[in-house]
Structure formats: C-alpha cells, structure tokens
Design a protein around this ligand. Structure first.
Ligand SMILES: Nc1ncnc2c1ncn2[C@@H]1O[C@H](COP(=O)(O)OP(=O)(O)OP(=O)(O)O)[C@@H](O)[C@H]1O
Ligand SMILES: [Zn+2]
Length: 776
C-alpha cells in the first residue's frame, strides 16, 4: 500500500478500529475515501485472469458493492492462474464462483466500526458480518442490451474492464461514454500490460481513438505456395484441416472446383492484360494453386476422403470398417499428392526458380515406408510428450492416424467435424503434423512440437499470472484516484471549477514493460491522452468508405464493415430519408430481407453511390455516425508488407476490397478463425471482434475473407499456461484516419522514446513503482 501516498495529502493515522487489512487504505486515503469505498457501486466486466485478481483486490480493499458480468464457465485450463476457482468449480459460471469467493474476503463491516475487538473473526462470523456486502454475478454477455444498457451502467461509480477481446471492450467503451461513467481499461499479453482510464467528462482518449499496431498479413500465395516461416505452414495446415474435416469444404482457401478455377484464371488473365502484373519470380499473379485453371492434384483425393468420412457415420459396423480401410489406403495417396506431386508440379512450373531454397517434395517411397504396417503414429507410443519434435515420417504417420481417428475414435464421430479448435487434441495433432511436413518440404525451421504449434495456431500469448496481478493492482489504484476525484466534486460547495471532474490530473495511463526503462522502472505511467479528433466514437467524426458500390450488397456492408469493422451491435442504416435496414427486438428480420441482397447503388433512398452518405445509428450504444461513400474499383496491395515488396493490383475478388478512412484495408483471414480472439468472439456470441475502426487500419482478426492475418507470436514458450489474449493495447480500434498520425505504443517504442516523451508529472507514482519486479 506504499502507493497510497500517490493519492493525496497526509491522512489521519490508522486507528485500531480499522481492520489491519484496511488500515493502510485509511491511512493513505483518509476516512472519507474509505467510506466512499465502502458504499460505492463498482461494475467489473470479465472475471477471468485479470478479473479474479481484481475481485480479490476490490474485496480486500473494502469495496462492498460490486457487480460482475462474465459469459463464460470455468474450464480446467483456467485453474492454474484464475485462483478464485478450484477443480470442483469446473463447468460453473466464472462470475458466480468468483463473486462468492471474493465476498468471503471482504473485511466485515462491524469490525470496521469498532464493534469487534479482534482482527481475527471466525469464518462464520465473516460471512454474517458481510451480510450487507453485495457481490452480484451476472452470467451473461455484455452485448445483452436488455440488461447491460446505458441506464444500467449509470448505476455505478465506475466500470472496470477485465476482458480479452476487442468487441466486448468496444461495447463497454461505448456504453461508458454514453453513460458518462469512467472506465478503467486493462489488458495483458505475456509480460506486457497496460492500464488506462477513459472518461468522457475528462476529455480523455477513448478505447477506439487509436489504432492497434498493424498485425501481420500474409498474402494468400505465401500460404498456398511459397511459405517461408512455420506460421505460414500452420495457417496452411489449418486450412487443410478445414478442407478435409470442416463443415463446409468450400470455405477452405485450399478448396478448388471448376467454377472457382475458371473465375480465377479469367481474373488473372484480365489483370495481366490490364497491367502486366507479375510476381517477383516472374509468374502470373495468380494466387490459386490450380494454376491456369488446372485443379490441384490433391483435390479429387480430398473429396474421396470426405466421402469415406461421411460413409463412416453409418450405424453399420461393416460400412464403418470399409470406410476405415478405404482411408487407410487413400491416406498415403493424399499425402503424396499434397507433399509430393503438387509440389513437383509447382517446381516444374517454375514457381521456385528464384526462390532461396527449392522445396524437396516427399517421394512415394518415403510415404510408403512411413505409413507401412505395422502402422504406429508418434502419439501412439507410450511416452509421447506434447513437446516432442516429430520426424518427417512421424508427421506422415500422425496425419494418417488423425484421418483414422476421425472415423474411429473421435469423441463425436459425426463427420463433418466442428471448426478447428486448438483445444481439440486430434485437430492439434493434425495441424502440427501437416504443418511440419510442409516445413520439411520447404526446409523451414524450426519444426514445431504440438505444444509450440498450439501457441501459433491459436495465436496464443502465454498468460503470466504475475502480469495480470500487477495490472489488476494498477486498476485498483486508478479506482482510488477516480473515487477521490468524485468525492472532491461532491464535497465542493458549488465552486465552478470543481463541477467537472478532470481525471487527467489524477489518473495515469500505465504500461507494464518487459524490460526496464533507462531509469530502471518496469512500470511506465504517462498522462492520459487527448481524444483523437477523428474518432467517430467519441468525437462524432465522419467515416469515409471506399468500395465497389456496384458489387457490394447491403448484407456484405452490414456484416463486414458496419458490424465487424465499426463495431455496431444493432444498427439502423439510413440512406437519405429512407431506413434501409434496422435491427432490434421489435423488428421483423424479413422486413429488410429484400434490401440486404441489393447492391449498394440499388438501395432505396437514391442508393449508396459515389459521393453519397449514409447514417448508422445504434441506440444500444447511443452512437450515430455518418459514412461518406466513394465508389472505387482499383485497389493496390503490397506483395509483402514486411519486406517492403512492390505494390501491385490487388487481384482478390472485387467484393473483398474496401478502404475505410482513406487507408487501404486488407480483409482479414479465414484461416485465423481459430485464433484466440475468435475464440473469444465466439464465446461472446459475436463474430465481430475486429479492431478496425473507421480509419482503415487492419483489424486484429479474422473474417471469412481472403488474406491471412494472424497475431504473430512465436508461440507459447514460457508461462504458466496458455491463455487466449488479445494484444494488450487498450488503445486499439481507433478512428484516427489518415489525417491523424498514428501513435505507436509498442513496448520498444516506449523504451526508445517513451521515457522522454512521457510526461512524468506523476512522480509519486513512478517513484513508487520502481521496486516492482515482473520476473521471478
Ligand atoms: N462479451 C463478453 N461479455 C462478458 N464477458 C466476456 C465477454 N467477452 C469476454 N468475456 C470474459 O472476459 C474474461 C476474460 O478473461 P481472460 O482474459 O482471463 O480469458 P479466459 O477466457 O478466462 O482465458 P482462456 O481463454 O485461457 O480460457 C473471460 O472470463 C470471458 O468470459
Ligand atoms: Zn475515441
């Protein structure tokens, strides 16, 4: 509690009437603020890693009225760090268990008021003395506007976020702005973490004022044909999983049929004619494997595998057996087609003429020996460990074993299997084996273990309990600052300047760093930034949108841009005076069905053509935005953003290209669908967890669209467990647009410039944090 001095002037000395655990608070903050703590209402959204720490902190700090929203139930994988949960709680709602556990930690009130002489009361007394404390769990989704709306938020003195996805954070941001309630936002990613305060009245930046750091986008041709990193192979293997086992084969980027090949080769020919675009190695810019309209060698075999898997659903033992035997024969052929014939074909076509390394395809002899009887895959050996590194033969055998598993032993043998899930053992074994085999062929290192591949496949940054604890501690410090400011306002006897709180004076945006600053600090507090004037969420800025208005339908605009990119939850869309789309409890979805399939130019109200504008309103978020539409057909992308490759015409389908806020938007990836954030989004019942706001920066995540975007992490190499985290940028999803310079806030940036740049006007805070050690 040394940090209490950061809050204010000297306070009355601790009294013996105060429980020891609160004496520090009373000494540092004073009796008035302690009283405020005891009586105020706090909302916590999320009771996972950070949330558990926060609840414990709130309870032990004396907060007696806390409500907790969380939609999830406890998983066994949470137990190693979400310390309010025990194994008997697995399957129970997180918020219920966490609230109950935290309530037991709240210091009893009558003890505070000197009615109990001793510090230690027995457990039952603690319970009964706490009768007045209310820790109320809400097992639900923050998007449930019937419960969690602006009037609901207004009941609280402040809101604390302990979430793990952008969509939910944006929703809370918008609710708090609309309700004019301070929000303490936090996030962690491994050793990094951040805490900030968002407050409309104090004119701070909001959660959506800034863009996220750009995440890696992999061109499709890299994934399909020219991988150079393990992550490229893992993304490819996830697509292969989808192709073989997924609910919709055509959703895999590896899928080819006559129609898609014809369309692809026509478009490639048109592009070539138009601008003579060629790739670096002189090939056509076609991104398809099926070069020149020719199907890839594995495609027919894939369909045969799927037929056999379908057949395996039969109740008849004989049919299942025959499908098993069929797969046993077909499996090696499929692998040879994928990792042998197809690669040879590409080599013959000159695809790798100028490549650093020419791939070395597997041979049929390799395949035969790897999958010959007696057949045993690496995970069938008794001593298999998830950290094992498989040989090339092991990988072949494991893929066959997974195919057979899909018939034989998979828990839910009903083909097709669900979407790739990093926590599904068979899915992870398959992706590890297939990606490694591809890495062997393309001589990519390092070969991954199941454990490390899981980290990459799930875009997982290992959770570090210590970082969560530090961040939660910082959040509670911000709580004190806010309450103190609110108290000062209440106490002010009408003094003009006291009427508007200014949290900028007392709160800080604090970074948890991995490496010490030059002054030796691991925590770096900075002043709360001003809002971005181009933010459509907190500054009503207009949004500019460029796309092909002749091809985009309203439905595409709604799902890909209005919901996913701009984060609207229940939008009403108006063109001119006409409402062309509306959502809400009383709205019949059929009412606007005919508009949804129309192209933008054909919509009522004069259509959305070049230079037109539309209004989007969302009463659930109390938000309204004007979008200016530009019709655009030609988009340009860079072949390899990282390598600073040459620009070329974007030859993806027209309908997949758009720009928001004047910057090129690259549509996120289908293959990243198993990413952590998607997991989170699906948990939250939302598939719109993209961070991209109206400024055209890339979203942090993943659509059913084309290019591949993943959070690039080296995999889970350290930590106390896997955790699905989005990067810890509280200030993402911004709206600063091209006009406004994007501020970088990477850790490196901080280390380079942060100390200089940061206004260390909160010396008390920075002095006090220097003793914090992040690494054990
Ligand atoms: N839309 C939402 N509404 C309510 N709670 C949400 C929403 N989105 C996420 N959450 C909750 O936020 C919490 C975030 O916690 P944390 O980051 O530790 O993730 P986790 O889901 O507990 O970890 P893991 O992904 O490893 O299981 C989760 O408990 C999750 O259920
Ligand atoms: Zn903003």
């Amino acid at each position: 509690m040394a940090t209490m001095t950061a809050v204010g002037a000297p306070q009355p000395p601790p009294t013996s009437s105060c429980p020891p655990i609160l004496r520090g608070i009373q000494a540092a903050l004073g009796h008035d603020l302690l009283t405020e703590i005891l009586s105020c209402r706090i909302l916590l959204v999320g009771s996972g890693g950070i949330g558990c720490e926060l609840l414990k902190n709130l309870a032990l700090s004396g907060f007696r009225h806390v409500e907790v929203i969380d939609l999830d139930t406890i998983d066994v994988s949470n137990l190693n760090r979400q310390f309010l949960f025990r194994s008997q709680h697995v399957g129970m709602p997180k918020c219920v268990v966490a609230s109950e556990a935290a309530l037991k930690m709240v210091p009893p009130l009558n003890y505070l008021h000197n009615t109990l002489p001793q510090a230690d009361t027995d457990a039952s007394a603690t319970q009964s003395e706490n009768a007045g404390a209310t820790y109320i769990p809400h097992h639900g989704n923050i998007f449930d506007n019937t419960k969690f709306n602006v009037p609901y938020i207004q009941k609280f003195a402040l809101v604390l976020n302990a979430l793990d996805n952008v969509a939910a954070r944006r929703q809370v941001n918008r609710l708090c702005l609309a309700a004019s309630i301070p929000l303490i936002e936090a996030g962690t990613a491994g050793y990094l973490g951040q805490v900030t305060v968002i407050d409309k009245s104090s004119n701070t930046e909001c959660y959506e004022c800034q863009t996220k750091p750009t995440q890696k986008v992999y061109p499709i041709c890299t994934i399909r044909s020219t991988p150079s990193q393990p992550v490229h192979c893992i993304v490819w293997a996830k697509e292969l999983y989808k192709l073989l086992f997924g609910p919709k084969v055509e959703e895999s980027m590896l899928f080819e049929d006559e129609e898609s090949l014809r369309a692809e080769s026509e478009s490639a020919a048109a592009d070539e004619q138009e601008d003579g675009a060629t790739t670096d190695n002189g090939n056509k810019t076609s991104t398809m494997n099926g070069e020149g309209g020719e199907k890839s060698t594995y495609m027919d075999l894939v369909l045969q595998v799927r037929t056999l898997l379908l057949q395996a659903r039969s109740d008849q033992f004989e049919t299942r057996l025959s499908s098993w035997s069929g797969l046993r024969l077909l499996g090696p052929k499929l692998l040879y087609a994928l990792f042998g014939t197809e690669i040879n074909k590409q080599i013959d076509m000159g695809r790798y003429k100028t490549a650093d390394k020419v791939p070395s395809p597997i041979t049929w002899e390799d395949m035969e020996s790897a999958t010959a009887e007696p057949f045993i895959s690496p995970t069938q050996w008794g001593e298999y460990q998830p950290t094992d590194i498989w040989t090339k033969d092991d990988c072949s055998a494991e893929i066959i074993a997974c195919l057979l598993d899909a018939v034989q032993t998979h828990d839910d043998p009903n083909f097709p299997l669900p979407e790739f899930d990093k926590d599904c053992d068979m899915a992870m074994r398959f992706v590890t084996a297939a990606s490694n085999l591809r890495s062997y062929v393309f001589q990519i290192e390092p070969i991954q273990s199941v454990y490390s591949a899981k980290g990459i496949a799930g875009n997982i940054i290992p959770a570090i309990a210590t970082t969560n604890a530090i961040v939660a501690g910082l959040q509670v410090l911000q709580c004190f600052h806010i309450l103190k400011a609110q108290l000062a306002m209440q106490n002010a006897s009408g003094g003009e300047e006291q009427q508007t709180r200014n949290l900028k004076e007392v709160c800080r945006y604090t970074y948890c760093l991995r490496d010490k600053t030059r002054k030796g600090y691991l925590l770096q507090p900075t002043t709360l930034p001003d809002p971005n004037p181009n933010c459509f969420v907190c500054r009503n800025a207009t949004v500019s949108l460029a796309l092909n208005t002749n091809l985009w339908t309203l439905e595409m605009l709604l799902s890909r841009i209005i919901k996913k990119e701009l984060g609207f939850a229940a939008p009403t869309i108006m063109v001119g005076e006409d409402i062309v789309y509306e959502e809400g409890e009383d709205i019949d979805p059929a009412e606007y069905a005919s508009n949804l399939v129309k192209t933008l130019v054909a919509l009522p109200g004069g259509g959305m053509g070049h230079g037109s504008s539309l209004r989007i309103e969302d009463f659930t978020q109390d938000l309204e935005v004007e979008v200016i539409v530009t019709h655009k057909e030609n988009f340009v992308v860079k072949e390899d953003e990282e390598g600073g490759g040459e620009s070329k015409v974007d030859n993806r389908e027209e309908i997949e290209k758009f720009e928001i806020g004047g910057k090129k938007h690259v549509v996120a990836a289908a293959a990243a669908s198993a990413s952590a954030t998607i997991d989170d989004a699906s948990k939250s019942g939302s598939n719109t967890d993209a961070a991209t706001p109206a400024n055209g920066t890339k979203s942090d995540d993943h659509s059913d669209d084309d290019d591949i975007e993943v959070i690039e992490e080296g995999g889970a190499t350290k930590g106390d467990g896997y955790d699905s985290k989005e990067p810890a940028k509280p200030s993402n999803g911004g709206t600063n647009g091209s006009k406004s310079p994007m501020r970088k806030r990477s850790n490196e940036d901080r280390l380079e410039n942060g100390v200089k740049k940061a206004k260390l006007d909160s010396t008390e805070v920075s002095e006090e944090v220097e003793c914090v050690v992040l690494e054990e």
